[in-house]
Design a binder for this molecule. Structure first.
Ligand SMILES: [Zn+2]
Length: 283
């Protein structure tokens, strides 16, 4: 058995976890994450894990008074950096004067700073999202990872009960529509073939990832979808899928994992929701 190299969580989180998504005979596949040797408190078999299958019939509609707001959503960053983190592709945004994008409102009681965005995809075009919506899996999913501003960094916040909030958007393949996957990222994926490769891409504002800040979403309490699966994430998953092209998914699959093999899939299977509260923030 080939051992994957140790790799960082969330790109910037300096934990040492070897894991992979290979559904075959591997000690590191998602079903075995809870049993992995770990120096830290691994929570992958706890009760409030992510992703889950979001069943809209169980959603409790919340007041629309406190809508989600994101600062600098349309501000052009100075730099957008795309990195192969060994189990996925992730981007970060850098602004002049170390400015940030700050998310407030909706289910959030605090201010959350956008740290990075990352994609999940699958071997087949039809199945690559982490969350499911009414038992349907979508083609891919993007996560905009934020951390509570009362903590110093994403790394510092990751294991705090109120540390993280993640915006999730599903994609469905639609060759007839314009792709919502940023084409500057698509064309740059060839520059991050191997783990730890990094490149700058033509800058674009965060809004380009999901087109509009006015979207319906389901909020629930869950976890990181990668080890150590900390149950510290306020999830907000949009119920309206974005569009993606098959060629975008091919480009994502062309990057290599920590073993140097093509990263054909990087979604975690759905976890038991145990009837968790689903709150609908609908327009
Ligand atoms: Zn993710």
């Amino acid at each position: 058995m080939k051992k994957p190299k140790l790799f960082n969580l969330l790109g910037t989180f300096a934990a040492t976890f070897a894991y992979e998504y290979n559904p075959g005979n591997s000690d590191y596949r998602p079903e075995n994450w809870a049993q992995m040797d770990s120096p830290n408190n691994i929570q992958c078999d706890w009760a409030n894990q992510s992703p889950i299958d979001l069943q809209t019939q169980f959603v409790l509609i919340q007041s629309r008074a406190n809508s989600l707001s994101i600062t600098n959503l349309r501000t052009m960053p100075e730099n957008v950096v795309l990195t192969n983190v060994g189990h996925g592709a992730e981007i970060s945004f850098e602004f002049a004067n170390n400015d940030n994008m700050v998310v407030t409102g909706g289910p959030l009681n605090d201010q959350f700073i956008v740290a990075q965005a990352q994609w999940h995809w699958g071997t087949a075009d039809c199945a690559g999202s982490e969350h499911m919506l009414n038992s349907q899996r979508y083609s891919a999913e993007v996560h905009i990872v934020t951390y509570n501003s009362k903590y110093a960094s994403l790394e510092d916040a990751a294991d705090k009960y109120d540390g993280l909030a993640v915006l999730g958007f599903l994609y469905e393949v639609d060759e007839a529509a314009n792709s919502d996957f940023p084409q500057s990222v698509q064309t740059s994926l060839g520059g991050i073939t191997f783990g730890c490769d990094s490149t700058t891409v033509s800058p674009f504002p965060l809004i380009d990832l999901f087109r509009t800040e006015f979207f319906d979403y389901i909020a629930y309490s869950g976890s990181l979808t990668t080890p150590p699966c900390y149950q510290t994430v306020q999830w907000m998953v949009s119920t309206k899928p974005l569009k993606i092209w098959s060629s975008d998914l091919d480009a994502l699959r062309s990057i290599n994992d920590v073993n140097g093999s093509p990263l054909l899939r990087n979604f975690r299977p759905c976890q038991n929701s145990y009837s968790r509260a689903l709150n609908g923030y609908y327009l």
